[in-house]
Write a protein that binds this ligand. Structure first.
Ligand code: NAD
Length: 310
C-alpha cells in the first residue's frame, strides 16, 4: 500500500507510526518537515503525482481545510481517512459527489478504545437502558495544540463540541443518536477559548436519554461513560493522558463487578486498532461497511448535521 500522510503535525506523526506496518509512508506538509523517519518518503510537488497513485491518503490538516484538501487530492488517492471532525460546516458536504463519499473513512479512534469495546460487549447487563451520561474533561494547559487550533480561533461557541466530537460519535455508534435537544455552553475561565464548558442533552434509539459534558477547565484529563438501566449501571472511566488508568465496572444491587482494570493503558492502542481495521477494510473486496467499527461519510456527516439541527 502507498499511504500519504497529508499534514505532518501532532496527529499526522501518530498515524504515520501506526500505518507504516501496512505500506510505504509518504509525507506532505506545507511547512518544512524536521526529523523525518528515514523510511518515509517526502512529496515535494503533488502536481507530479499520477492519478490513483496512493491507496490511502490520511488528511491530518486543520479541520477547516479537510473538505478542500479532499477535493484537491481526490484524483490522486483511492481512499481517504479524514481526521475528525470531518468539517464544522455541513454545507461543505454539498460539493462532494457520491463517488467521493464512498472513498471516505473518518478518524473516530475512540470507538476502538478498550473501554468502549468492553461496554459494547457487556451492554446487555444493564437490562432496559434508561439514560446515560458521558464526559470529556481536560486541562487546557496540557493541550499544546489548543493554542493554535483553528477551531478555537473561529470564536464559535460550539468549538469544543467539534473538537471533542469523539464523545458524541461513540454514543452514536453504541446507541444510535436520534436528536440533539439542547446545547448549553458557558465560559468559566479567562482562557482564549470562546466557551470552555458545554453540556449536550440528546435522545437515542429505544427512548434512551443522554447528557454529555465537555470542558477544558479541569486540572486533569478524564473521560467516561455511565449507563443506567433496569438491572444495574455500567461505568467506564479513563483517567490520564499517555498512560491511562482505565476501569470498567458493573454496579448491581449490593455488588460491584469489575470487568476491566489497567493502570497503564497505552493511549495509542485505539489509533493502532483503528489503523488495523482500515487496512482490513481496504483489503476486503466486498467492503460491507456494517461489518466494520469504522466511521464512514454517512455517520460523520449525520453527526455534524445533528449538531446544527439540520
Ligand atoms: N483523532 C484524534 O484523536 C485527533 C487528535 C488530535 C487532532 N485531531 C485532528 O487532526 C487535525 C490536525 O490536528 P493536529 O493537532 O495534528 O494539528 P497540527 O497543527 O499539529 O498539524 C497540522 C499540520 O497540517 C499542516 N498543514 C496546514 N495546512 C496545510 C496544507 N494546506 N497542506 C499541507 N499541510 C498543511 C501544518 O503545517 C501542520 O504540520 C484536526 O482536524 C484535529 O481535530 C484528531
Amino acid at each position: 500500500m502507498k499511504i500519504l500522510i497529508y499534514g505532518y503535525g501532532k496527529i499526522g506523526i501518530i498515524h504515520a507510526k501506526n500505518f507504516k506496518k501496512f505500506g510505504q509512508i509518504y509525507v506532505y506538509d506545507i511547512k518544512k518537515i524536521k526529523n523525518l523517519d528515514l523510511n518515509y518518503k517526502t512529496i515535494k510537488n503533488l502536481d507530479l503525482i499520477k492519478n490513483n497513485f496512493f491507496d490511502l491518503t490520511i488528511i491530518c490538516t486543520p479541520t477547516a481545510n479537510h473538505i478542500s484538501d479532499l477535493l484537491n487530492l481526490n484524483k490522486l488517492s483511492k481512499f481517504f481517512l479524514i481526521e475528525k471532525p470531518i468539517s464544522t460546516n455541513y454545507k461543505n458536504f454539498s460539493v462532494l459527489n457520491d463517488q467521493m463519499k464512498k472513498k471516505i473513512i473518518v478518524c473516530c479512534n475512540m470507538r476502538f478504545h478498550k473501554g468502549i469495546k468492553i461496554i459494547k460487549n457487556n451492554i446487555k447487563l444493564c437490562g432496559k437502558i434508561y439514560y446515560l451520561q458521558n464526559y470529556f474533561k481536560h486541562s487546557l494547559k496540557n493541550m499544546n495544540r489548543a493554542k493554535n487550533n483553528y477551531i478555537f480561533k473561529e470564536k464559535n461557541s460550539l468549538s469544543i463540541l467539534y473538537d471533542c466530537i469523539h464523545d458524541l460519535d461513540y454514543l452514536n455508534f453504541l446507541f444510535g443518536l436520534k436528536k440533539i435537544s439542547y446545547i448549553h455552553s458557558k465560559k468559566f475561565t479567562n482562557n482564549h477559548l470562546p466557551k470552555d464548558y458545554i453540556q449536550v442533552l440528546s435522545e437515542f434509539e429505544n427512548n434512551i436519554y443522554g447528557s454529555t459534558i465537555l470542558n477544558f477547565i479541569d486540572q486533569f484529563k478524564f473521560r467516561g461513560l455511565e449507563i443506567t438501566g433496569s438491572k444495574g449501571t455500567l461505568v467506564w472511566k479513563s483517567e490520564g493522558k499517555i498512560k491511562e488508568k482505565v476501569t470498567v465496572d458493573f454496579y448491581k444491587k449490593d455488588k460491584i463487578i469489575n470487568l476491566f482494570k489497567s493502570y497503564n493503558f497505552d493511549s495509542n492502542t485505539p489509533y493502532m486498532d483503528m489503523a488495523y481495521e482500515v487496512n482490513q477494510y481496504l483489503k476486503d473486496s466486498k467492503r460491507k461497511v456494517n461489518k466494520y467499527n469504522l466511521s464512514f461519510f454517512k455517520d460523520a456527516s449525520y453527526l455534524i448535521k445533528l449538531i446544527n439541527h439540520e
